[in-house]
Design a protein. Structure first.
Length: 141
């Protein structure tokens, strides 16, 4: 992939994540998050954070996008863009959920203005991740 194509793909995903963040339900943290996850076939799944008065029931944007994709039959992913007002990274639970399906996932972190602040593999964010390959009889994805 050429640098121009790489930048176009990243920019397109970041814009999709920004649009998703506009739908966030964040009345408690006031911290909208958007995510755009690209499946192996190129399909984009978006998600936003959805908070709840019972805080543990809250779901992050990354997991929203992942659950939407898996519920539609997708199991392979290569790229996700995550946007917040200040370029916050995916939380630990999101990193683990993403690792389940895509240990080699590339993560783009940007702010709500579309400025890309980080572009790195998931392995940089979740060193020595634990996934299906570590289980003796791993379930088929």
């Amino acid at each position: 992939m050429t640098t121009a194509n790489h930048n176009d793909v990243a920019s397109g995903l970041v814009q999709a994540a920004i649009t998703a963040a506009e739908h966030a339900y964040a009345p408690y943290s006031h911290y909208p998050v958007g995510a755009a996850l690209r499946a192996g076939d190129g399909t984009i799944f978006t998600g936003c954070n959805v908070e709840n008065a019972s805080y543990p029931a809250t779901i992050c944007a990354e997991r929203t996008a992942l659950v939407k994709a898996v519920s539609e039959g997708q199991r392979q992913f290569d790229l996700i863009a995550v946007v917040t007002r200040n370029g916050g990274f995916p939380c630990g639970i999101c990193r683990q959920m993403l690792y389940e399906f895509a240990p080699d996932l590339r993560i783009i972190v940007a702010n709500l203005d579309g400025e890309i602040l980080n572009d790195a593999p998931l392995s940089d964010l979740l060193a020595h991740g634990f996934g299906p390959a570590h289980l003796p009889h791993s379930a088929e994805k």
